[in-house]
Design a protein around this ligand. Sequence first.
Ligand code: BDR
Ligand code: CA
Length: 304
Amino acid sequence: KRPIIIDTDPGIDDALAIAIALFSDELDVKLITTVAGNVGLDKVTYNALRLLKYFEREDIPVAMGADSPLIRPYEDASNVHGKSGMEGFDFEEPTISAIKENAVDAMRKVIMESAEPVTLVPIAPLTNIALLLKTYPEVKKNIREIVMMGGSASRGNKGVMSEFNVALDPEAAHMVFHSGVKLTMVGLDVGLKALVLPQDSERIKDMNKTGAMAYCLFKKYRGGSFNTGLKMYDSSAIAYLLAPEMFTAEETYLDVELAGSMTAGCTVVDLKGYLHQDANATVCLDINQDAFRQWFVDSIQKCI
Ligand code: BDR
Ligand code: CA
């Protein structure tokens, strides 16, 4: 099984990405790290712990990371995911707590001790990953790749041109993009097409306890997108790991705008080579929507 670390801010779409990763035959989730994102650090950590309890996987350690971006002030997205970050389902209290080590030290330990190179899957602002690569550059040699959900090759959802995970901490994204570690970006424009339609939600509803929970969260997600299609942003990063053939992607130069008064946090995907830079990333540009829907339902089927 391929060892991975999920860096997350659950988050309704994070919850589904975590479920799919946990029950996949191909992935071995070694660690979950949390970062301030959709809601504050205490809430997202509590949510991660509640998810592991629900999935009966409290053997997986949870480590808390940054409670704010590197430089900019923190702003949450509770308008999208509800006040708790996972509104819509009555979870049990977790039995375990976060481990004492912080996310950066915990990631370092897992990476350095792993016999096989580890894949990092950030589905949240990149603060923890930037701090890890800066503080412990020696980890780079045992990171297989980073597959992130964030950024966009077109429009944004936090700003006109900027996607939430990158826009919340653009300086962190900058550090990750220029770290030299192999990187794949599954952005907002692709996530917008990773849709779960009402008939898919109906199919998973009575499938198992994960499907039942997902159905309740979906009813609350993004103030009523249940009927028009739920955007499974974070699951699309897991989908790339497990079924990359569903995606159209290109190797290209990727950067992030830091200074723009209207565009800070906008990812710059230089497909046409205007900037005369070598490729530093694989950027996903499209997804087969029917294949994704089927993959999503099949993946939930594998869960408890
Ligand atoms: C990203 O932002 C968060 O709200 C989602 O969980 C996802 O990671 C989408 O822009
Ligand atoms: Ca997320």
